[in-house]
Design a protein around this ligand. Sequence first.
Ligand code: XMP
Length: 318
Amino acid sequence: DWTPDAFVETTIEELKEKIGDDKVILGLSGGVDSSVAAMLLHKAIGSHLHCIFVNNGLLRKNEFDSVLDQYKDMGLNVKGVDASARFLDALKGESDPETKRKIIGRVFIEVFDDEAHQVENAKWLAQGTIYPDRIESVSASGGPSAVIKSHHNVGGLPDYMKLKVVEPLQLLFKDEVRRVGKNLNMDPAILGRHPFPGPGLGIRILGDITAEKVSILQEVDAIFIDGLKKWGLYDKVWQAGAMLLPVNSVGVMGDERTYEKCVALRAVESTDGMTADWVNLPYEFLQKTSNDIINKVKGVNRVVYDISSKPPATIEWE
Ligand code: XMP
């Protein structure tokens, strides 16, 4: 029978043996898988694990700083790299969803490769790949490993990909990963975090991306997600977020007509992201959230709730 206790113990031993005194590089995404993988390696090899956490400028509000702090609290040897400007610059004017994904993936690889070069004598690349990733299902983990996977056929490999690969979670399912994290005393806030796509808000801003749109969507998303937490709904939802739609609609404010942005809120129940149902959130919650968004976020005058299931609709809008 599989138990987190035995898994943690034998995995740490195996990692020590396999890696010895070598240095290992790992890309943290803020997600459950890469965080648990990092913690296991940290227990095994301590500061020989070099973690890299990249801010692509498309994370949730304050997420880069707060997650970086959490990682430091866990004792991880982590370097935060704020590459927001580089990503936004590369994305300028681009509105095709797949092209946006490719740009984000490419810039991530460039930034990660630059950082990996700073770690002298690294021999291993660690990844938080879990079993479902290996059977090529949709990766909801969205971390660097997802980016790497979808880009392993682009031609010349970046140097860090020539490293030996170590994947301590490769035989586990998501619920087992969470149990391992719990066994390692990791913060429940990390273990219970909703899946978040690698391209982040970049695929939730429909059409082209600007710094202003990112900041509007970060505010909207924060009100929605904080509200879910406050109302005790966050843990009942598999994934939630907001989409910034590429339409303006008319509204009134005082005596004036406005012509401003519309956002869609999405919350789904799912087990693996392959199929999903929209969540029947309480009307009172939706009412409060909508009022908060429209009152507090300048530039938004309309909020809609997405009541589509997957299939045929997808979870993301792009
Ligand atoms: P869809 O929209 O296909 O999403 O129903 C299913 C799950 O996958 C996530 N997703 C992504 N994750 N890179 C990622 O790492 C992507 O390009 C991407 N697109 C969708 C989505 O958030 C959901 O969890």
